[in-house]
Design a protein. Structure first.
Length: 310
């Protein structure tokens, strides 16, 4: 039995569909059963769905009972959290502590998650710093942890990619930041493939591994290349300084009852370079990664999550 936390999310839904197309039983913990059934589509019937919040030890015990590996694909910056969970960083830290404790109780040793490429404890962005600390805490837990750290994940439903596509299609004229930020990227199907391949690969245990493209095009180059790939004219977007956009974030956080400071830090992260070292993982997990144009084409196939089987 394999468990997934975050199965209603962009990466988590694609991963759950992929796992559910195999032979091993899959169990997910979600906050909203209807949303999970909608996101998992025809795979929902093949998955055991339990409901609850990731901060609830009893819900985590139910998720992990009898499983041999758990995937953690959650984020707290733009997802509503219980009022007792504090800000976005506290909410994530508490949830990871609860998960590690539950994994120990259930004797689940294998934990796999997706982090932020190149995340360093000295990063300027507070979310990236807190993620780097959480990654270290997970690696120090004594469990068999693998953290795959990604830049932009290419697929419909991914916040960064959806935004980029909206600019190219002319649905949004706002380019965040100067457009000169450099991004490593990876297709959704490749992240999912790496996660699945890593489950039983001991050489990935106890490691944080950057995954994705070796090339790091600028955001402006990605806009132009996407326009060519989907047969559009390259966009002439309005460049808005991030500090103007983030000025609205506290209001949106209040109205949406989102964790304090989360949206602000997530928007600011869109202006960061997303650069790491994706070479080491290639020596451990063999995979021919899609390039940008292939990833954009895969994302455009209706009814499929960027090439995920099924
Ligand atoms: N998308 C990218 O391009 C990208 C790039 C690099 C790294 N990552 C990392 O990959 C991971 C997954 O990202 P994503 O884009 O797939 O995220 P996402 O689409 O926003 O999904 C987040 C998931 O977390 C769940 N969640 C949040 N709070 C929860 C709680 N208190 N209890 C239970 N579930 C909770 C959400 O459930 P609800 O549906 O109930 O809200 C949702 O299923 C994150 O760690 C993210 O930082 C993503």
């Amino acid at each position: 039995m394999i468990a997934v936390l975050g199965a209603t999310g962009f990466i988590g839904a694609a991963l759950t569909q992929q796992l559910a197309s195999g032979d091993e039983p899959v169990r997910v913990l979600v906050r909203d059963r209807g949303k999970a059934e909608d996101r998992l589509g025809r795979f929902a019937d093949r998955v055991e769905i339990i409901t609850g919040d990731m901060h609830d030890p009893a819900a985590l015990d139910a998720l992990l009972d009898g499983v041999r590996a758990v995937f953690v694909l959650v984020q707290t910056v733009t997802a509503r959290q219980p009022s007792t969970a504090g800000g976005y960083a506290d909410a994530e830290r508490q949830a990871m502590q609860a998960l590690v404790a539950a994994a120990r109780r259930a004797k689940v040793r294998r934990v796999l998650t997706v982090g932020l490429i190149g995340a360093s404890p000295s990063a300027a962005n507070p979310w990236v710093r807190s993620r780097a600390e959480l990654t270290q805490a997970l690696l120090d837990s004594g469990l068999d942890v693998t953290v795959l750290r990604a830049g932009l994940v290419v697929g419909i439903g991914g916040t960064g990619y959806d935004w980029l596509l909206a600019v190219v299609r002319g649905e949004s004229s706002v380019v965040l930041g100067g457009g000169g930020q450099r991004w490593s990227y990876i297709a959704l199907s490749d992240v999912v493939g790496y996660l699945v391949d890593a489950i039983d690969e001991p050489s990935t245990f106890g490691k944080a591994l950057d995954v994705g493209s070796l090339e790091t095009p600028t955001y402006s180059e990605l806009l132009s290349r996407t326009a060519v790939a989907i047969g559009r004219r390259p966009p002439r977007p309005l460049r808005l300084p991030l500090r103007l956009v983030v000025a609205l974030a506290p209001l949106i956080e209040r109205l949406g009852r989102l964790p304090k400071g989360g949206l602000r830090t997530a928007i600011l992260h869109l202006g960061d370079d997303l650069i790491g070292d994706p070479l080491p993982v290639r020596a451990l997990l063999a995979r021919d990664l899609l390039d940008w144009e292939q990833a954009v084409a895969a994302a455009a196939v209706p009814g499929r999550l960027a090439g995920v089987a099924g």
